[in-house]
Design a protein around this ligand. Structure first.
Ligand SMILES: O=C(CO)[C@H](O)[C@H](O)COP(=O)(O)O
Length: 180
């Protein structure tokens, strides 16, 4: 839900049978009470971050969430270019929360899925995100996002089924390789 008052739509969504409610933290003053309200309504909690929102803004809420969504485009419309520089956020989350659901949304397709699914320290430096180094090792392969939103890459594909299968296979293979 990219709305200014996500609290307004919790009950209607629960009534409609939604099982996970993801909202942007940016406009919300009281995030934890909203997380509780969503859980009490029987849904899982997803917290979304716009590209300009640093990971520090969500750290205090992670224990109240089931999933963190890292937007890899400016929210609003499909067909935008994937923002590779969001991957240190994914890397930090996976390193610190190995079993957390992490989603990426925006510009995800066959050319960018590996960057989303595998966030090795050789490729991304955490200090770029102001998070400090998370590993002394180089070339450490780490699983990244395990939930993917892909619009344009699938819609425009000739063989949509094959593209979806390939996206899924890349994510599953990374999870398997990294024992997440
Ligand atoms: O709502 C969106 C962004 O706010 C789209 O869902 C997202 O961008 C996915 O589309 P695409 O794969 O074409 O980037």
């Amino acid at each position: 839900m990219m709305v200014s008052e996500p609290g307004k739509w919790v009950e209607p969504m629960a009534d409609a049978g939604v099982n996970q409610y993801t909202f942007h933290i940016e406009p919300v003053k009281e995030v934890i009470p909203l997380c509780r309200k969503i859980r009490e309504a029987g849904m899982k909690v997803g917290l979304a971050l716009k590209p300009a929102t640093g990971i520090n803004a969500v750290r205090q809420y992670i224990d109240h969430a089931d999933m963190i969504l890292i937007m890899t485009v400016e929210p609003g419309f499909g067909g935008q270019k994937f923002m590779n520089d969001m991957m240190p956020k994914v890397q930090w989350l996976r390193h610190n929360y190995p079993s957390l659901d992490i989603e990426v949304d925006g510009g995800v397709g066959l050319n960018t899925i590996t960057a989303c699914a595998e966030v090795g320290t050789a490729n991304f430096k955490c200090y770029q995100a102001g998070l400090g180094n998370i590993s002394k090792g180089e070339n450490v392969l780490q699983a990244g996002a395990n939930m993917i939103v892909s619009g344009t890459a699938i819609i425009n594909a000739t063989d949509q089924r094959a593209v979806m299968a390939s996206l899924r296979e890349t994510v599953e293979s990374s999870i398997h390789k990294c024992n997440v």
